[in-house]
Design a protein around this ligand. Structure first.
Ligand code: BGC
Ligand code: BGC
Length: 608
C-alpha cells in the first residue's frame, strides 16, 4: 500500500494529501517543518535529518557578492536536494525578500519602492501596474530558484519618521488596499469560486506571497520601528487590517506577524489577533510566519527565557518560525513544550497542515527544483521597460515655475549648456534605496541599471553641453552660462530601525547644495527619498521646479522620460507632505502639500 502514498499522488485532492502525509510524520519531522533557518546555517544534515521546512536569504543573502541567477539556483537546488533525501522527501520552501523586484540578486530589475508605486495610485490602472510588477518579480524570483517572497508589505504608514515608510504604499488605507494587487501578480489570479482564505499559486512562474507585517506595523507611536500601536480594535481593523482582507480574498498564502505591539501587547504573542481574528474570523487558511528572531524579542533582554517565548508564540498561532539561527535551541524547546503538554499536539498539527497546504498548492512536490529555462528573465528588457514605466508614473511634480503662468518643465533637451549636480545624480545604490543587493542597500554600482545622470546623457541633444559636478564650486559657474541646472539630492539608503528619523532634513547638506546652485542658475530639484523631507519656505521659493522621485530603482531613464516632456507627470502624493517635521505623525490641517497633490506639466506653457 505504501508504494504509492496518497501524498505523492498529484491527482489526489490536496486536503487528502495533507492528511496522509501528516499521519506519516513523527513529532520531530513536524517540528522540523515549522522551522525556517537562515541559509548561512543550513547544513545538509540539518535539512535532511531535521526535516526543516524552509530556508531564507535575509537581506542580501546570495551565495556570494554579485552572484548570478544560476549561482542562486545552484545554491537553492543543493538545499532542495538535501530535503528530498529526507525520510519523507518533503520539499523545502525557499524564501527571500523580493520587495521591489528580486532585489537581492545582482542584475535583477529593481522596481520603485512601494511609496513610489503608491504615488501612481491615483492615475489610471494603478493596481494593474502593480499586478504586472508582481508577475515580473515572480518570474525573476523563480528564475533564481526561490518560490517564496516576503512581500507585499501592506503597512499603512501613519508617521513618516518610521524607517520603513518607503515599504508602505501610502498613509491612506484605500491606496494600500488597491496595491494588494501585487498578490495577484506574484501568485497568479485565483479562478472564480476559489474558496475564500484558501491559499493559491497558479503555476511554476508564480511564487508564494506574504502579506506583512500583521498588524499595525505602520501605526506605531512616533513612528518608532517595532514600536507600539495605540488604537482601539475598530481603528486597528479599519486602518491597518483592511488590506489583509484584500490579500486573503486573493488567496495570499502566508502572513508575517509584526515585531510591533498593539496597546502594549506584542503581536507575536497575540492569540486574539492571530488566531481568533486572522484565522477564525477572516478565514485565513495559509500559514502565519514569524518575523526574523521575533520570538527572541518577546522577552527582555532579547533572547532570554526563550522557551517561554516559543510557548507564547506557538500557542498564539504562529505556524512557521523564522528562527533563523539558533535552530537547535528552538527544536529542543518546542519538542519539550509539546512533550510536556504545554503546547497541544493539535496546535502543531494545525501549523504543519497549513505549511504543507501551501507547499502542495505551490506544486513543490511535483516540481521541487528550479526551472533553468527562466534564467534569462532576470533583468530582461521587458521587465526593465516595466520598471521604467513605473518610475514615470510615480513622479510627483510639486512645483513647476516660480510664476505658475510660466511652467519650468518640461526641460528643453536641446538647451545649450546644462549643469547636473548632487549626491544622487550618479549613484545607482542611492536611487535603489534599502533592500537592494544588501539589507541596508549601499552606495554606487551595487547592481545593473541606469543612473539618472546616464539617463540625462542619453536624453539630451547632440549639441548640448552637459556638465556634471557632484558638488559644484565657484569655478563651475565662472564663465559658464548654464541654461538650467538639475540638482539631484536625497536620502542615503537604509532599512528598518536604521531608517527611523525624527529630523528628516535632506542629508548630505542637500538644502545647502540646492541653494547654492539655485542662487546662480534656474534649477530643477529632483528629490530621491523614501518619504517627504523638510523643505523650508526660503528654499522652496528659490527653486524653479521640484519633483519627488521616491526611490525609483534601477531604471533612471523613467525620470528623463518625463522631465524632458516625452510623457506627462501623473503621480500624486501617497502621503501628506508636512510643513514642519513635528507634524509628520499628525493630521495637519495645513500641510505643505496635501495627500493626493501633484501638478501636471503643461507643454503649451513651455512653448510660449
Ligand atoms: C523584516 C522582514 C523581513 C525579514 C527577513 C525582518 O527583519 O522585518 O520584513 O522579511 O527580516 O529578512
Ligand atoms: C534582519 C533581517 C535582515 C538580516 C540581514 C536581520 O537581523 O532582521 O531583516 O535581512 O538581518 O542579514
Amino acid at each position: 500500500m505504501n508504494n504509492n502514498p496518497i501524498y505523492k499522488n498529484p491527482n489526489s485532492p490536496i486536503e487528502s494529501r495533507i492528511k496522509d502525509l501528516l499521519s506519516r510524520m513523527t513529532l520531530s519531522e513536524k517540528i522540523g517543518q515549522i522551522t525556517q533557518i537562515d541559509r548561512r546555517v543550513a547544513t545538509r544534515s540539518a535539512i535532511r535529518d531535521l526535516s526543516v521546512g524552509s530556508i531564507l536569504s535575509a537581506g542580501g543573502g546570495g551565495p556570494y557578492e554579485k552572484a548570478t541567477s544560476s549561482d542562486w539556483i545552484d545554491m537553492i537546488d543543493r538545499f532542495q536536494n538535501a530535503a528530498l533525501e529526507s525520510r519523507l522527501g518533503i520539499p523545502l520552501l525557499y524564501g527571500t525578500d523580493a520587495v521591489h523586484g528580486n532585489n537581492n540578486v545582482y542584475g535583477a530589475t529593481v522596481f520603485p519602492h512601494n511609496i513610489g508605486l503608491g504615488a501612481t495610485s491615483l492615475c489610471d490602472r494603478d493596481a494593474e501596474l502593480v499586478r504586472r510588477i508582481g508577475v515580473a518579480t515572480a518570474l525573476e524570483v523563480r528564475a533564481c530558484g526561490a518560490q517564496f517572497t516576503f512581500a507585499p508589505c501592506v503597512a499603512v504608514c501613519k508617521d513618516l519618521r518610521w524607517g520603513r515608510c518607503y515599504e508602505s504604499y501610502s498613509e491612506d488605507t484605500e491606496i494600500v488596499r488597491n496595491m494588494t494587487s501585487l498578490v495577484k501578480g506574484l501568485q497568479g489570479q485565483p479562478p472564480q469560486g476559489h474558496p475564500k482564505g484558501y491559499p493559491f499559486v497558479a503555476g511554476r512562474e508564480n511564487v508564494v506571497a506574504c502579506a506583512k507585517h500583521f498588524v499595525g506595523d505602520g501605526g506605531t507611536d512616533k513612528g518608532i520601528n517595532e514600536g507600539n500601536t495605540i488604537a482601539s480594535y475598530d481603528e486597528l481593523e479599519r486602518i491597518h487590517m483592511a488590506p489583509y482582507l484584500d490579500c486573503i480574498s486573493q488567496g495570499v498564502c502566508t502572513v508575517m506577524a509584526s515585531y510591533s505591539s498593539w496597546n502594549g501587547r506584542k503581536l507575536h504573542s497575540d492569540h486574539f489577533l492571530i488566531t481568533q481574528v486572522l484565522k477564525e474570523k477572516l478565514g485565513f487558511k495559509g500559514f502565519v510566519i514569524s518575523d526574523s528572531q521575533a520570538l527572541d524579542r518577546l522577552s527582555y533582554p532579547f533572547g532570554s527565557n526563550y522557551r517561554k517565548c516559543v510557548l507564547l508564540a506557538i500557542n498564539a498561532g504562529i505556524d512557521m518560525v523564522m528562527v533563523p539561527f539558533r535552530y537547535e535551541l528552538f527544536l529542543e524547546d518546542l519538542t519539550y513544550l509539546v512533550e510536556s503538554g504545554k503546547i497541544p499536539i493539535a496546535r502543531i498539527d494545525d501549523a504543519v497542515e497549513r505549511i504543507l497546504r501551501v507547499k502542495f498548492v505551490a506544486g513543490l512536490f511535483e516540481y521541487p527544483l528550479a526551472d533553468r529555462s527562466l534564467l534569462d528573465r532576470v533583468g530582461c528588457k521587458p521587465h526593465r521597460d516595466l520598471a521604467r514605466e513605473a518610475v514615470r508614473k510615480s513622479l510627483v511634480l510639486l512645483k513647476n515655475g516660480k510664476d505658475p503662468k510660466k511652467p519650468f518643465l518640461p526641460l528643453n533637451r536641446n538647451a545649450e549648456r546644462i549643469l547636473v549636480a548632487g549626491t544622487h545624480a550618479d549613484n545607482l545604490g542611492y536611487q535603489c534605496g534599502g533592500w537592494t543587493a544588501t539589507w541596508m542597500g549601499a552606495s554606487g554600482r551595487i547592481t545593473i541599471g541606469t543612473t539618472i545622470l546616464e539617463a540625462i546623457m542619453e536624453a539630451v541633444g547632440e549639441t548640448t553641453d552637459l556638465i556634471y559636478e557632484q558638488h559644484p564650486s565657484q569655478d563651475t559657474f565662472a564663465n559658464q552660462d548654464f541654461s538650467f541646472a538639475i540638482v539631484i539630492v536625497g536620502e542615503g539608503p537604509y532599512a528598518e530601525t536604521m531608517g527611523d528619523n525624527s529630523e528628516l532634513v535632506i542629508p548630505f547638506n542637500g538644502a545647502e547644495l540646492i541653494s547654492s546652485v539655485a542662487d546662480k542658475v534656474p534649477t530643477l530639484v529632483i528629490l530621491i527619498s523614501g518619504r517627504p523631507l523638510v523643505l523650508e519656505p526660503w528654499l522652496l521659493e528659490k527653486v524653479d521646479a521640484l519633483v519627488a522621485a521616491w526611490l525609483p530603482g534601477s531604471e533612471g531613464d523613467g525620470i528623463t522620460d518625463v522631465i524632458f516632456g516625452d510623457y506627462e507627470f501623473q503621480g500624486k502624493l501617497p502621503v501628506t507632505w508636512f510643513k514642519r517635521v513635528e507634524e509628520a505623525g499628525k493630521n495637519s490641517s495645513e500641510p505643505l502639500f496635501r495627500l493626493g497633490f501633484g501638478l501636471t506639466s503643461n507643454r503649451e506653457g513651455h512653448l510660449n
